[in-house]
Design a protein around this ligand. Structure first.
Ligand SMILES: [Cu+2]
Length: 144
């Protein structure tokens, strides 16, 4: 009886080892889209504001029957026209606020069809990315 118990434990251990080996691969695929924003028939992005951490990727999906663009106010990225059913992705490198708009239906400054990406190192709890270290910007520095 104890022999079969050992076998059970060994199978369980092997299964855990396989899970550990697969985990990094799953994380790599997860970076393909950390947040999804829909382009809607109501000429808006949904949600209009998203939070991510540096290194994460936003995926825009055109759920409408019109072509739209995802154009950065600052010229950092521009999807050109995305047809119905099409997608566009952008990966944030650094913290900051990045406004964007749709060229046919909006304009810079969050006018019309537009939105904002907030890239913040303190948003780890929403990101589902435990490998990202939590950085606290507000910690007081020691006096010199
Ligand atoms: Cu549009």
């Amino acid at each position: 009886m104890s022999g079969s118990h050992w076998l059970c434990l060994r199978v369980l251990g092997a299964a855990l080892a396989v899970v550990c080996l697969l985990a990094p691969v799953e994380l790599a695929f997860a970076q393909d889209a950390d947040v999804t924003v829909a382009m809607q028939n109501s000429l808006s992005f949904a949600p209009p504001t998203v939070h991510i951490t540096p290194g994460q990727t936003v995926l825009w999906v055109n759920d409408s029957s019109l072509a739209h663009t995802v154009t950065s106010d600052d010229g950092l990225f521009d999807s050109d026209l995305v047809n119905p059913g099409g997608t566009f992705t952008w990966t944030a490198d650094a913290p900051g606020e990045y406004q964007f708009y749709c060229q046919p239906h909006g304009s810079p400054g969050l006018k019309g069809m537009s939105g904002k990406i907030i890239v913040d190192t303190s948003m780890v709890e929403n990101a589902g990315a435990p490998q990202v270290a939590l950085v606290r910007d507000n910690d007081p520095l020691p006096e010199r």
